[in-house]
Design a binder for this molecule. Structure first.
Ligand code: S3P
Length: 441
């Protein structure tokens, strides 16, 4: 099977209800926390993508068994640090920064040294951000200049720390929270706001964790070495996957879509706030609470005259994985859009800020960049013709999805490479696109 696709026609008008893939952040957390619970947890609607399968493979290598019956994964935990593994093992996080950083937190007490590796993209990403706090807690870590592969050897002499997490990274925050499960006493994290699924899941498990919030920061207190029981969890849909269908609908003509059962946690819906500032009129329907998380259906209609946005950087963390597709909306908006302080985008699966700008230039949009601030000069009349090819994007799934949505809404003859990158987060992406009428070869 070839690993590229062709799109040569814009999508025709549609009116559909869809579900998208399950939330990746919550799927990975549910697997890792089930591996630390006492008893057999049952997880339904788990995202069956490569990142999550790598999480299951890693816990298996660490001695935690799981089975799948029907749609339910059963994971048998033996409590905190209840791992059981051989000497000299290597675990592989594949493409997933979240998995790599979170699993290191759970290995803080490992009795043998464990090697962690990842794919080409993950091997270029910074691990100093987690190595620093883990060393302060007492772990022994060897790395390749703060890159993977990393060897971690735990310690029995863990000490609780008070840590300032200034990046606004949920991966760093969650790595410390998970290591605190093994650490005696009270670990305190002063963290710039970021997605809070780990905290909410631990609260749902009745684990002693407290959070004091201000507008910009969360101060988190975790008491170590308390056990928690196995649990049942049904994973909701992922707003990061829904994002592509939201913008597809906005930029298409006379269309509407309902995306069902999406996690709309406030720390994740920056894209909706930003697009609504542009006049998108996106509505959240049927809101309900589920184990501390908020879930809703997202209703979107085509919008002819989106306007440029002056995006406050306080929204960056809650839209961090969605900026590529937000840039596409800005490209078709009336007026200039401004974004600030987007350096973290270059620390993702690919250098997304650099590649996002390259992409906008490819489709003829004027962009000005000063350091990590961006001005996008929108063109509401944009209508592409001629040939476009997207390649060499480090197989970043979100650049693949962005390219498909651009091709389906702006026109032109597109060849888009590395189709298999979709398997990282959203294996059914093309199937759902076709279901709503896209012609993809
Ligand atoms: C994630 C956190 C984000 C995000 C990533 C998933 C998580 O990274 O980009 O795709 O599940 O914790 P940072 O927390 O490093 O910004």
């Amino acid at each position: 099977m070839p690993n590229h696709i062709f799109i040569k026609k814009k999508i025709k008008n549609f009116n559909k209800k869809i579900t998208v893939s399950s939330d990746k952040s919550i799927s990975i957390r549910s697997v890792l926390l089930a591996s630390q619970a006492v008893g057999t947890s049952e997880i339904s609607n788990l995202l069956e993508s490569e990142d999550v399968m790598n999480a299951l493979n890693i816990i298996k290598k660490l001695g935690i068994n799981f089975t799948k019956k029907g749609k339910i994964y059963k994971i048998q935990g033996f409590g905190i640090n209840g791992f059981n593994y051989k000497k000299n093992i290597t675990i592989d996080a594949g493409n997933s920064g979240t998995l790599a950083r979170l699993i290191l937190g759970l290995l803080i007490k490992s009795k043998y040294s464990i090697k962690l590796k990842g794919d080409k993209s993950l091997s270029k990403r910074d691990f100093y951000r987690v190595i620093r706090p883990l060393k302060l807690l007492g772990a022994n870590i060897e790395s390749n200049n703060n890159l993977l592969p990393i060897k971690i050897l735990g310690t029995d002499f863990l000490r609780p720390i008070e840590y300032d997490e200034k990046i606004g990274s949920a991966q760093v925050k969650s790595c410390i929270i998970l290591s605190a499960l093994n650490t005696p006493g009270l670990t305190i994290i002063n963290s710039k706001k970021s997605r809070n699924h780990t905290e909410l899941m631990l609260k749902f498990l009745k684990y002693p964790i407290k959070v004091k919030s201000t507008k910009t920061n969360d101060k988190i207190f975790i008491k170590g070495q308390e056990e928690f029981n196995a649990f049942k969890y049904k994973i909701p849909g992922d707003i990061s996957s829904a994002a592509f269908f939201i913008v597809l609908t906005l930029l298409s003509e006379n269309s509407q879509i309902t995306i069902k059962n999406i996690n709309v946690n406030k720390t994740r819906i920056g894209i909706i706030t930003i697009l609504n500032k542009m006049g998108a009129g996106i509505v959240l329907k049927n809101k309900k609470l589920y184990n501390g998380e908020e879930i809703a259906d997202i209703f979107v209609r085509s919008k002819k005259n989106l306007k440029g946005v002056n995006c406050p950087s306080t929204l960056n963390s809650s839209a961090i994985d969605e900026f590529l597709i937000i840039f596409l909306a800005a490209a078709k908006a009336n007026g200039t859009s401004k974004f600030r302080n987007l350096g973290e985008m270059n620390k993702k699966e690919s250098k997304r800020l650099d590649l996002g700008i390259k992409f906008l230039k490819l489709i003829g949009i004027r962009v000005e960049r000063i350091e990590n601030d961006l001005k996008i000069y929108g063109n509401p009349e944009i209508n592409l013709s001629g040939n476009f090819e997207v390649k060499n994007f480090l197989k970043d799934h979100r650049i693949f999805f962005l390219s498909c949505i651009a091709a389906l809404t702006l026109g032109g003859n597109w060849k888009i490479n590395d189709k298999n990158s979709a398997n990282t987060s959203f294996p059914d992406f093309l199937k759902i696109l076709k279901k709503i009428g896209a012609r993809v070869n």
